[in-house]
Design a protein around this ligand. Structure first.
Ligand code: NI
Length: 167
């Protein structure tokens, strides 16, 4: 396994649309394992392949306290979104920035597991929010894109300063 470098907002590669996985082979299994290791190391509760500059529809999530409930979603698709929840979000690609985003409270997600079997998951609360956030990444959207233009400008300037300090 290997740690993968995480793209930082506003890297234009975060805007790429990820392609569906056609075949779940050892390359995809390796990618999912490396993404999980990268997420745990960061640490974070979710990571989309887009964030490690691989533009395939693969997401890893673990919202458990003990970090022992890894979920891998391949080609995830949302259906039956319901309700509304506004919560503070952050992102490994936007370090140090947290803001409120409106999401569906409950979602149904259809996806393939690592064996290529179709699965359906009913999710709510933090898991539902996390899945929506990660699917956004696969579609080239970062949570910052949901905020006002003024906030986006402030975030860009804050991250540019951070990049100068750490460069
Ligand atoms: Ni994110």
């Amino acid at each position: 396994m290997a740690l993968l470098p995480i793209l930082r907002f506003p890297d234009p590669r975060l805007k790429k649309l990820a392609a569906p996985v056609i075949k779940i082979d050892n390359g995809i299994r390796r990618l999912a394992a490396d993404m999980a290791e990268t997420m745990y190391e960061a640490p974070g509760i979710g990571l989309a392949a887009t964030q490690v500059d691989v533009h395939k529809r693969v997401v890893v999530v673990d919202i458990s306290e003990e970090k022992n409930d890894l979920r891998v979603f391949i080609n995830p698709e949302l259906s039956n979104s319901a309700g509304c929840s506004i919560g503070e979000e952050g992102c490994l690609s936007v370090p140090g920035v947290y803001d409120k985003v409106e999401r569906a409270e409950r979602v149904t997600v259809r996806y393939l597991d690592l064996d290529g079997k179709p699965q359906v998951l009913e999710a709510e609360g933090l898991l539902a929010v996390c899945i929506q956030h990660e699917i956004d990444h696969l579609n080239g959207t970062v949570f910052v894109d949901h905020l006002s233009q003024l906030k986006q400008t402030r975030i860009r300037s804050k991250l540019a300063k951070q990049a100068r300090v750490t460069a």
